[in-house]
Design a protein around this ligand. Structure first.
Ligand code: GLN
Length: 313
């Protein structure tokens, strides 16, 4: 077969994916071709006339067929951009979603406030963050990188946990890849790691100042109706039980025993769960405050639960 150009392969790939149910056939084809030839998407768009070698074409066609069969682009590339960083992703964990970037921004704001709002004499213990159900480590690692840019990571310890040992391995790989493994300890645990568990290289107090979590929150009955690519992701990362909030509720019940006075939990929820999280907080966390933040699409996305305490209103 004659050698094809980048432009021809993108056109062919786009046509193939347009008939197989992708909402973004051209984008998918560009990303898969870029990956197949070891270039980035910008180069693919800029050089339609460039020839593509046999190996690149073969890899592109193989991935195109897998994409046509529903496999997510992120798993085929082994990569997903999140909060301006490239994360290694594969079937060990959920692919990070753009709406989850909000939790990183909110957590960063909480930490900046804690680190700049009052004096921190030498010897003040680090602020402790727990990312519960970390998956590929996206929230913990993106938060660590954001804090490092602000020069604040040295005063923060982040413990990232996941019940899946495979996800723990992946999150550790991402912490190492982004050079924050000295401040992000990853550990296998059902929700919060037990108080007192050593999480090297962290010192870790038993109390946590800021909890962040994107736990599974899809109602079990809704799982089958999700788009086909989602079926490639671990069901345990999505299945939130009959009302979607089983895992969130379990975590909420742990908070009084583990969250420091004045501490905050930022919990990602589904668009229809804003009222449910507020009710849950009112019922299970008397005296705490609860607010719900919306994502860029205007949908309820993060429940913010604050344990009222000394000096913080
Ligand atoms: N937003 C995800 C989805 O709809 C759900 C993620 C989750 O359950 N935490 O696929």
């Amino acid at each position: 077969m004659a050698m094809r150009t980048i432009g021809e392969l993108v056109r062919e790939g786009t046509a193939r994916l347009a008939t197989s149910g992708s909402d973004t056939p051209r984008l998918d084809a560009e990303l898969l071709l870029a990956d197949a030839i070891g270039a980035d998407r910008t180069a693919v768009i800029a050089h339609p006339e460039a020839p593509v070698g046999v190996d690149g074409s073969a890899r592109f066609r193989e991935h195109l067929e897998r994409r046509a069969a529903g496999e997510p682009v992120a798993y085929l590339r082994g990569l997903k951009e999140f909060h301006g960083l490239a994360f290694a992703v594969d079937r060990r964990a959920l692919i990070p979603r753009p709406e989850t970037e909000l939790i990183v921004d909110m957590a960063r704001a909480e930490l900046v406030e804690r680190l700049t709002g009052s004096a921190r004499p030498a010897g003040t213990p680090p602020v402790v963050v727990a990312d519960v159900g970390t998956g590929c480590g996206a929230i913990a690692v993106a938060l660590a990188v954001a804090l490092r840019r602000l020069g604040m990571l040295g005063e923060v310890e982040i413990v990232a946990s996941d019940i899946s040992p495979e996800a723990v391995d992946l999150a550790r790989e991402n912490a190492v890849a982004h050079a924050v493994a000295d401040r992000v300890g990853v550990v296998a645990a059902d929700l919060l790691p037990p108080a007192g568990l050593a999480v090297p290289p962290l010192r870790m107090r038993a109390e946590v100042d800021v909890v962040v979590a994107n736990l599974p929150y899809v109602r079990s009955g809704d799982l089958a109706g999700l788009p086909p690519p989602v079926s490639f992701e671990p069901a345990a990362a999505l299945d939130g039980g009959p009302d979607g909030l089983a895992q969130v509720r379990r975590l909420v019940d742990l908070l009084p025993g583990r969250l420091a006075v004045g501490g905050v939990a930022l919990l990602e929820i589904g668009a229809g769960q804003g009222e449910a999280i507020a009710e849950m907080a009112a019922e299970r966390l008397p005296g705490w405050s609860c607010s719900v933040s919306r994502d860029l699409g205007g949908l309820p996305r993060i429940g913010r639960l604050e344990r009222a305490g000394a000096g913080r209103q």
